[in-house]
Every structure is written in structure tokens, then in C-alpha cells.
Design a protein around this ligand. Structure first.
Ligand code: PEP
Ligand code: MN
Length: 340
């Protein structure tokens, strides 16, 4: 159950909290914008919701049957729209984020940005702190990478996104980007989720490589209950027995997550497949399944990429992806990127 209160007095709050305690319902108080929400584990029966909705200071009470509460469709039937610069996630229009896996140099990012913008991408991605499987692999340009990404974003008029890998880096990353990515490996890094909830920037939350949909939505609940409701979910493939692809892209997760939550759900067919030849077909499948956006790795010369070259598109193939996927978007009554 979620009890929504509009500017309650301290006394009204305490009466609710005391009653929840007497009823043995565990409560958590959350301030989101001008509202106070009290979530209670349990209390889904009509007698509970009726009782609390009559108490002073209460605007309404919503019974939520799932363990994720604030992010659930039961709590909020309408799609949440997440705005990043001129891009809006969760609407008819489908924004495309594109750019290199890792920031390697100013020239590499600038060249990529100009190419992807020309093809209709509305946001620029680039990793500065890279979570690599091997400690011997390129770890990213770190602070210099943040500077390069934000400079190119300003010069090209594109909002930028990068991954936050460590709670200690929040302030530096926050200052340089328009959206913060929580990577798949960190989806259940709870101190990181609590820290990023402090940011006023929108968050892109990737699904963990071995996470259930419920675990993914519970991770989003950490961010939202920490006070940041600007969250976009990203399906990026899960680990299965298949070895011909890097991950198995779970297209049903896109449709299911959109049913279970009011948050926008986007797709990452680059990490979802690990193979540039599969990126366009899977992008099309994701858009057909209802994806609210795409994030695509693009490199001016994928053969020379310092990370994720095999799954990166070159600018020509990216333009082709945009062309083909916009036809699918049209077929499902939506519009892709900056293309009409
Ligand atoms: C990335 O976007 O470059 C990345 C590391 O993605 P993921 O967390 O999905 O592996
Ligand atoms: Mn990558």
C-alpha cells in the first residue's frame, strides 16, 4: 500500500506512522517533489486502504500487490515521461542514444557525434570509467573522458550520458552529463543506487546480466524511493547457455516491463547481442515490442575500437539502422529519433 499525503502536518504524519506500527506494517517515508509518500509492506486489503484514506492529511491510498511499489503500474497508470534535453522517453517519439562504448579521444567522440546526429540520434553516449571484465583491458580515460564527452555534447548540442561505476564519483559525473547510466554489473550495487538517487539527473538503469525482471524493478525502486523518479530502464540481454551471442536479448522483457511499470523501457541491442550484424535486426524487434528508445554503440572505425569493437556499428551501418528501424516505428504508430 502507498499512502500519498499532500503537505501533511507533523501530527498528521505521526498519526499515520503510529497506526501502521500498531497494524504491524513496516513503513518508509519518501519525499518526491511536493508529495510525501508512505509505503507500507502489506496492507493491500480494502479495509486497510479505506481506513488510511479517511485519515487527515491523506490525499489517496493505493493498494499495490507487487514488491516494487513506486515504480509499479498499479501505483501510476500513466507512462512517466523522462526528459533529457530535447529528448523525451516514454512518449510516441522514440529517442536514440548513440556513441562509442568508450571515450578514446576528442576527435573520435566528435566524429562519432557528428555522424550519429546527422543520422537522427538525439543523445550521445560514451564511457569514461569503464567496468571491464579484465583488469588488463582499457579502463577508460576517466576524468579526461568526462571532459571530452561534455565538450563534444556542448559543441554538437547533444545531451550526453556516461556510466557511474563508483559512489565516490557521483559529483564529478553529475557535473558533466545530462543523464547517468547505472551499468548491468552494478544493477544490484545498493550503495551506488542509493547514492545516485541523490542526483537530480535522469538515470538509465540497465538490467543485470543474470537478473530477473522483479530484481531489476526492485533496483529501480531503490532509486525512486531514494527521491529520484526520473528513471529509464534498459534491457541489454541476459546470460544464457548460448555462446554464439554475447548475451541473449530478452525481447519479452521490454514488453513485460512496460506492462509492470510506468517507467520508460529502452533497448541496448549492442550489448544484447555482442555482434554488429545482429544490432539492426534486434533494434527493430525491440521497437516492434514497444521499446521507448534505443542505445547503440557506434565507432568511426570499429576494428580499431579500444572496447566493444565487434558489436559497434560504423556510421554507415548506423544510418542504415536508423532508416530500417524508423519503418518499424512507423508501423507501430511511433516515430524514431529525429527522422520523420
Ligand atoms: C556500456 O554501456 O558500455 C556497458 C558497459 O553496458 P552494460 O553495463 O550493459 O554491460
Ligand atoms: Mn560497451
Amino acid at each position: 500500500m502507498i499512502i500519498i499525503m499532500n503537505a501533511p502536518t507533523e501530527e498528521q504524519m505521526n498519526r499515520i506512522l503510529n497506526k501502521l506500527m500498531v497494524n504491524n506494517l513496516e513503513a518508509k517515508t519518501i519525499a518526491i517533489q511536493d508529495k510525501i509518500m508512505i509505503t507500507a509492506s502489506g496492507g493491500t486489503e480494502a479495509r486497510h486502504t479505506e481506513l488510511y484514506s479517511r485519515m487527515p492529511g491523506v490525499e489517496r491510498v493505493v493498494a499495490v500487490s507487487t514488491p516494487f511499489k513506486l515504480v509499479s503500474r498499479e501505483f501510476c497508470a500513466d507512462n512517466t515521461l523522462v526528459h533529457v534535453g530535447s529528448a523525451t522517453f516514454g512518449d510516441k517519439y522514440i529517442p536514440v542514444i548513440a556513441g562509442p562504448c568508450a571515450v578514446e579521444s576528442y576527435e573520435q567522440v566528435r566524429q562519432t557525434a557528428v555522424a550519429v546526429k546527422g543520422a537522427g540520434a538525439v543523445m550521445l553516449r560514451g564511457g569514461a570509467f569503464k567496468p571491464r571484465t579484465s583488469p588488463y583491458s582499457f579502463q577508460g580515460l576517466e576524468y579526461d573522458g568526462l571532459e571530452i564527452l561534455s565538450a563534444v555534447g556542448r559543441e554538437t548540442g547533444m545531451p550526453v550520458i556516461t556510466e557511474l561505476t563508483d559512489p565516490r564519483l557521483l559529483d564529478s559525473v553529475d557535473q558533466h552529463v545530462d543523464m547517468i547510466q547505472i551499468g548491468a554489473r552494478n544493477m544490484q550495487n545498493y550503495p551506488l543506487l542509493k547514492e545516485v538517487a541523490r542526483s537530480k539527473k535522469p538515470i538509465l538503469l540497465k538490467r543485470g546480466p543474470a537478473s530477473t525482471i522483479e530484481e531489476w524493478l526492485m533496483a529501480a525502486e531503490y532509486i525512486m524511493s531514494g527521491g529520484n523518479n526520473q528513471i529509464v530502464l534498459c534491457e541489454r540481454g541476459i546470460r544464457t547457455f548460448e555462446t554464439y551471442t554475447r548475451n541473449t536479448f530478452d525481447v519479452s522483457a521490454v514488453a513485460l516491463a512496460r506492462h509492470l511499470t510506468h517507467l520508460p523501457v529502452i533497448a541496448d541491442p549492442s550489448h544484447g547481442t555482442g555482434n554488429w550484424r545482429l544490432v539492426t535486426p534486434v533494434a527493430k524487434a525491440a521497437v516492434a515490442a514497444g521499446a521507448d528508445g534505443l542505445i547503440i554503440e557506434v565507432h568511426p572505425c570499429p576494428e580499431e575500437a579500444m572496447s566493444d569493437g565487434p558489436q559497434s556499428l560504423n556510421p554507415v551501418n548506423f544510418a542504415q539502422l536508423m532508416k530500417e528501424t524508423s519503418e518499424v516505428a512507423k508501423a507501430v504508430g511511433r516515430k524514431l529519433g529525429d527522422l520523420i
